[in-house]
Design a protein around this ligand. Structure first.
Ligand SMILES: Cc1ncc(COP(=O)(O)O)c(C=O)c1O
Length: 354
């Protein structure tokens, strides 16, 4: 039996967005970021659809091994690298490219005498998360260069505020990165999706797009449509009941939404158990038979209620879209007080492939 709530995935849109990255960063290789199950879109399926990608990036070794077991051949970067000798062995066995961001990893590399692997040397230029501090770069770099198991090394860093291109930290980070890149003279990678669009001068040898591949905007001040990105996920379900409520009737848990007039209300089979956000407020847009209307009342575990006052000819079984081509996931995210990334990741449980 088909599940009513479903996240269908449009691989043509994924490829369209990948081609947008190519247009925007024509001189860089593209490492498609497919961690967190490709932001909810299905990691293996996304990797197979993105055959043209020069490489992939995931968060952890487990994800990378799953890619190798699915016969994905491109270079695979592991953002969280390794923490133990055993994990380092796995990186070598599966020919993964781990990120090196602390001294203790370099010590593990020094102790390793078997096999070879390429790595990324990650510097914290201002993100304050993973990365060697700029003052420690020279010492760590010297040590890394001595490791016989290390093949190629690239310089990596990550923006903290690229979604807001005017933010002053961006310039500080790019200046610091350029200084280090000039000094070390190795291949480079700095840009996530927002960086690719906002800072073409730091695109370097490899770019690392994530969210833009899935058709959500990486910039605070531009919509996905303005950036010519297409939504890859359509989160949909169906109408399972139509009720005719009276003026003053309350709708859903807590009775927070009260009908301002006699009106039809549809019950739709999707809720927070399917990844639709519980905090979506009344007024959040939904689309039914391609007509825009609104969520009313609280989101339940597997049902929501929607306003049918301006909807023509609706019947049980009609399709309701929560986000996708008619309703942008970024618009919903804003109303919920989150970002498209989180909503897409949470909907992975009801995924289908189109
Ligand atoms: C190190 C690193 N690079 C690139 C990305 C991709 O970022 P975005 O999805 O904003 O393009 C991420 C995602 O969090 C990341 O952690």
């Amino acid at each position: 039996m088909r599940r009513t709530a479903r996240a269908s995935i449009n691989h043509d849109a994924l490829i369209h967005n990948f081609n947008r990255v190519k247009q925007l960063a024509p001189d860089s290789r593209i490492m498609a970021v497919i961690k967190a199950d490709a932001y909810g879109h299905g990691m293996i399926q996304a990797a197979k659809a993105l055959q043209q990608a020069d490489g992939f990036a995931v968060a952890c070794i487990k994800e990378a091994v799953a890619l190798r077991e699915a016969e994905i051949q491109q270079p695979v970067t592991v953002f969280q690298g390794f923490q133990t000798a055993e994990q380092l062995q796995q990186c070598i066995k599966y020919q993964l490219r781990p990120v090196i961001y602390q001294q203790q990893q370099i010590e593990l590399l020094e102790q390793n005498v078997h096999g070879k692997l390429s790595v990324w040397f990650k510097v914290d230029t201002g993100m304050g998360r993973l990365g060697i501090q700029p003052d420690d770069v020279d010492d760590c770099w010297r040590q890394l260069e001595q490791c016989s198991c290390v093949d190629e090394v690239g310089l990596m860093s990550h923006f903290a505020n690229a979604d807001d291109p005017q933010h002053k930290l961006n310039r500080q980070q790019t200046d610091c990165f350029h200084r280090l890149a000039d000094r070390l003279n190795i291949e480079t990678s700095m840009c996530n999706s927002a960086g690719i669009i906002a800072f073409p001068d730091v695109q370097g040898n490899w770019v690392r797009p994530g969210i833009m591949l899935y058709g959500s905007s990486p910039l605070l001040n531009k919509s996905a449509e303005q950036l010519n990105l297409k939504p890859v996920m359509q989160l949909e379900s169906e109408v399972i009941a139509i009720n005719y409520l009276k003026k003053g009737d309350a709708v859903g848990y807590g009775g927070q939404w009260v009908c301002p007039e006699d009106m039809p209300v549809a019950v739709v089979a999707i809720g927070y158990g399917d990844g639709y956000p519980r905090h979506a407020p009344s007024g959040t847009p939904v689309s039914v038979n391609q007509q825009r209307t609104q969520l009313i009342g609280r989101v339940s575990m597997d049902m929501i209620t929607i306003d049918l006052r301006n909807i023509d000819q609706i019947q049980i079984g009609d399709v309701v879209q929560l986000w996708g081509e008619d309703i942008s996931v970024d618009e919903v995210a804003k109303l919920v007080g989150t970002i498209g990334y989180e909503l897409l990741c949470h909907a992975s449980g009801c995924r289908l492939i189109r």
